[in-house]
Ligand binder design. Sequence first.
Ligand SMILES: Nc1nc2c(ncn2[C@@H]2O[C@H](COP(=O)(O)OP(=O)(O)OP(=O)(O)O)[C@@H](O)[C@H]2O)c(=O)[nH]1
Ligand SMILES: [Mg+2]
Length: 694
Amino acid sequence: MNSPALSDLRNVVFCGHGSAGKSTLVDRLLATAGAASVGQNGDRICDSDELEKRHGHSIESAVTRCQFAGKRFTLIDTPGYPEFIGQTVAALRAVEMACICVHAGDGIQVNTRRTFAEATEAGVGRGIVVTRLDDPKADFGTLLHDMQELWGPAVVAFNVPLGQGDSLRGVASALDLPIEARDAAINLAHAHERLVERIVETDEALMEKYFEGEMPDAATLAALLHKAVAKGLFIPVFCTAATGSIGLSELLEGLAIAAPAPCDLPRFAKQEGEALEVGCDADGPLVAQVFKTRIDPFVQKLSYLRIYSGRLSKDQAVHVQGVRKDVKMHPLYRCQGNEIETVDSAGAGEIVATAKMDELHIGTSLGEAVMAPISFPQPMVGLAVTSKMRGDEQKLALSLQKLVEEDPTFRLSRDSQTSELVMNGMSDLHLQLLRERLATRDKLEVDTHDPKIPYRETIASAAEGSYRHKKQSGGRGQFAEVHIRVLPMPHDVDIEQFATKSQFPSMRDYHYDPSCHFLWVDSIVGATIPGNFMPAVEKGLKDRLGKGVLAGYHLQDLAVEVHFGKHHPVDSSEAAFRIAASLALRDVAQKAGPSLLEPLVTMEITVPDEHVGDVYSDMSSRGGRVLGSESAGGGQQTVSCQVPLRCVSHYDRTLSSMTGGQGSYSMDFSHYESVPANIQHEIVASAKLAEEED
Ligand SMILES: Nc1nc2c(ncn2[C@@H]2O[C@H](COP(=O)(O)OP(=O)(O)OP(=O)(O)O)[C@@H](O)[C@H]2O)c(=O)[nH]1
Ligand SMILES: [Mg+2]
């Protein structure tokens, strides 16, 4: 199949709040264009995955295609649940236009705003599709007004519903001269005037003529649309009711003239550190980027690529970002949801997939120029995970790695403290769905529990003492004696100023470990501990740092000076010194006022104005400090606060029930602070208990 003319390509993503009707809309658009017999016998292109069918919601984006009105469309459906926002963020890379879908009855919701903001950030053209206009609560006039209030005067009706709710019968174009229709949801003549004015305002020459009384014809107006949309000067509103097949061909026709073509949108990349504009040219140098990965049970890993410039074909050797040698391309496919069809090559403006290429990951650029990385939100919610079946650990690790490949908002970490394997996701629901994916795709059952809080230990005062390790059992014995001083080291101390002869008069050497703010000082005089054993002494101290002295948490913010020792010419060994040093620190730190520290996080919580008071009082009841709040626009405020991590596990649930699902938040590690005495008492007691049970 020949590549289509660049000006005939339309790449559009559909995004918005959950249940707005996006997947239904995309399916029905494909049917309208005759690309798929969806809707018959329950067949679906979007949401064809078993998990999506089970839940009745999209979980990942679906790339589909059709031809209509002389244009070749790639339509991408995205999930509306806020936990899958990463899918939308990535899909926005592949398109020139985002259609934000707004449920006619429910109006503007949290993820409607969020996806609109993401589309704006991505710099693509924006349009609004009002969906489900057959809903009994539909009130198009009020909704249009609310959207104009929120997103400004660029939001203009492109067509208008005739009737609405039960009496919805069709849509009328606002671009054409107004027809006679008493049941139009808003005045058609006004809608026409407003649309014409908005388009005319984007072109100076036309605007002059217009205000002199000359009316531009529909063809002149239509020719301006895609450029105005690309520049963000015009945000057309389309009206639909997908299940009733209303407004569908009108939407495709509208997109054919109003959605920017690939060449309408400037793209930028970097080459050897220099910024460069990517010309949209199939004969130009190759510039492409991976925006999606899917692990398919049959073809295994599929990587979805957007080509911005140049051509790609099977067996072509291409430069892949981060790989030294050129890589040979595997076969290319065009996609219709989960179905794929081989193509020989694809050029600028097109979206294709390729299979089993280990070098490709979401965000990877192909060609010499590098596209900006795609930035995804940080996952906030952690769950420690183990496989139910013993011996499945290897399999679990592999399966989790597949999820990491597919989902950029899912990460794995191993807690260095607790050595638990922790899955990090956007919410409880997100992690729950990934668990289900492990069960259905990989037949892997896992146990999960809340991850432990990474507490730390420290000391409050200086102390000194020693430990003698001596064992005589049959043959060769073990002997080592280590004398140390410990002193607390304030967090903001400058090591160069601290590790000096005035602080440690006999100091010969020191090592500093910034990860736990620990200073090791060697003040041994006269080789009371021979130099060859000093590394073992340092290791022994580090062993103890890792094990702690109170409740098994890592020690930090202290200096340990090793100043004296005893050894035996035969019985001393590295192992003996390592043990003696570890136990010396255990005993001496006990005398130095050990205490627990806990991580504090900074949170930014965005809620509708009326819930700000709730956030304040909830935070203070959790022992958090509110740092301030500021307007986030559109009747929302962002509250910043600092709070112990221990007090905000499952905060997403709290926020959701406090705001009826209208809040969002971000969370970042801030610093460590002392744990209140009563809490410390509880933690130490339960650690003791666990130790005894062991
Ligand atoms: N009455 C009516 N129902 C619709 C219409 N469009 C979709 N629905 C129904 O609304 C429900 C949700 O539709 P979906 O297409 O799955 O919504 P979505 O926006 O893709 O949802 P997420 O994938 O969760 O974001 C389904 O039960 C649809 O049948 C419509 O135009 N009219
Ligand atoms: Mg969907």
